[in-house]
Design a protein around this ligand. Structure first.
Ligand code: CMC
Length: 427
């Protein structure tokens, strides 16, 4: 049912076209353009700047005011009071779990952490020096070959099993990507450890000696997981939805999401931030200013990585929490004097006071600080985006599940054709 009506007048048409307008619980109203095709028109919106591709109840972002809500709860409240497993339950199910539901869900995730033993052989087909994101993309896509017992996407309980499998196995597979890369043996998961502890154990432990997980590192890692868990219809989530709209299985859809996340304009930015800080290298004022000037120069392709966001035009609320965590972690790990952090802080300061960045509303985003924390925790740069993918898996499966539950038509955008008109093949 339309809440309002919009009228579209087009030169040459006798009558304006009437279009329904719907209101969400928050955010701008949307004009339903689905019937436009009956009048012979398409809409044109490359980059989906003004287009809502679906109806969703999972996450809300108000970019102008720096608001991020998951199922209505502000991200800073969740980061302070909740944990990643509870957030996964919330994103998937719509409500916070009771104590009993939490215990059951947590146990279920812990029970699914191990991966099919044959997957280790699958890894061996990759070069050791391959980028871990390339390996992750392939391995996640291959999961449907290992777990084909629950691939009936029309069955809600099959969808639930696949969602839990993905959330539970991602840390194991992400750590395997790292271990394979550095030539160490894979570590089996330990189900007595929490989600974040277990990931750190599988990353940094080895079979030759006991490994104590640092509680500061585990807390920071859990926070990183939470702050990356979901972000409504971003490029990778939209990719998962588009792939899922064809009826493809969830493992294939998440693999497509991982591929989309890899780009430096999206999840690859946390890796790009560290590469940029490395490139800047020298912390002198003139050197840093030189890079800021390069970022402003339209003839130079250099951009300040970790700055700017399509939706946030005030501040990124995740970056605020991440910055606090960053300060805490570096202090507690005793690496507060890290030269890269000094460059990062100066860059942030210059950019926040510079007309170019102020005018364009370019603020540090979540990736600006997450890279610095990950580096302080000893995570190599090429694993940063893998950790983003691990965290975002819960958002991806929640959106995929919501889409199937609500019913979906195959996603099939149209185009403005600017090519040749029909012509004859030369004789
Ligand atoms: N450094 C310098 N200039 C910039 C930057 C930057 N990081 N970001 C945007 N601009 C300029 C851009 O050149 C343009 O200037 P003008 O109006 O003079 O042509 C203006 O700001 C608007 O930029 P845009 O490219 O039209 O904005 P967009 O919404 O299409 O792109 C973005 C958003 C995030 C891709 C972009 O800001 C960017 O490339 N940032 C660096 C990469 C990054 O940190 N990405 C992580 C995003 S947060 C994590 C995630 O959600 O994946």
């Amino acid at each position: 049912m339309a809440d309002k009506k919009a009228q579209l007048s087009i030169e040459g048409l006798d009558q304006p076209i009437e279009l329904p307008v719907y209101s969400g619980t928050k955010g701008p109203d949307v004009i339903d353009v689905r019937s436009l095709i009956d009048s012979g028109y398409f809409t044109f919106d490359p980059g989906f700047v003004s287009t809502a591709s679906c109806e969703s109840e999972i996450t809300y972002i108000d970019g102008a005011n720096g608001v991020l809500l998951h199922r209505g709860y502000p991200i800073d409240q969740l980061a302070d009071n909740s944990n990643f497993i509870e957030l996964c339950y919330l994103l998937l199910n719509g409500e916070l779990p009771t104590e009993e539901q939490y215990k059951e869900f947590d146990k279920c995730v812990r029970n699914h952490t191990m991966v099919h033993e044959q997957i280790a052989n699958f890894f061996k087909g990759f070069r050791r020096d391959a980028h871990p994101m390339a390996v992750l993309c392939g391995v996640i896509g291959a999961l449907s070959a290992f777990y084909h017992d629950n691939l009936d996407i029309t069955d809600p309980s099959s969808r639930e099993v696949s969602a839990v499998r993905l959330i539970a196995k991602m840390p194991t597979l992400a750590a395997m990507c790292y271990k394979y890369n550095i030539g160490q043996p894979f570590m089996y998961p330990r189900n007595d450890l929490s989600y974040a502890e277990n990931f750190l154990y599988m990353m940094f432990g080895n079979p030759c000696e006991p490994f104590e997980v640092n509680p500061v590192a585990a807390k920071a890692m859990d926070r990183i997981f939470m702050l990356h868990a979901d972000h409504e219809q971003n490029a990778s989530t939209s990719t998962v939805r588009l792939a899922g709209s064809t009826g493809a299985n969830p493992f294939a859809c998440i693999s497509a999401g991982i591929a989309a996340l890899w780009g430096p304009a999206h999840g690859g930015a946390n890796e790009a931030v560290l590469m940029m800080l490395d490139e800047i290298g020298d912390e002198s004022e003139e050197n840093i200013q030189r890079y800021v000037d390069r970022a402003k120069d339209k003839d130079d392709s250099f951009r300040l990585m970790g700055f700017g966001h399509r939706v946030y035009r005030n501040f990124d609320p995740r970056a605020k929490v991440m910055k606090e965590t960053c300060d805490e972690v570096l202090e507690e790990l005793g690496v507060g004097n890290n030269p890269k952090l000094k460059i990062a802080k100066r860059l942030e300061q210059i950019a926040l006071e510079d007309e170019y960045f102020i005018e364009r509303k370019l603020y540090p985003n979540v990736d600006f600080y997450s890279g610095i924390i990950l580096e302080a925790l000893g995570v190599p740069t090429n694993m940063f985006t893998v950790i983003f993918a691990l965290s975002r898996t819960t958002g991806w499966v929640s959106h995929w599940n919501e889409m199937i539950t609500k019913g979906v038509r195959i996603g099939r955008p149209r185009q403005l054709y600017k090519g040749h008109t029909e012509r004859d093949y030369p004789e």
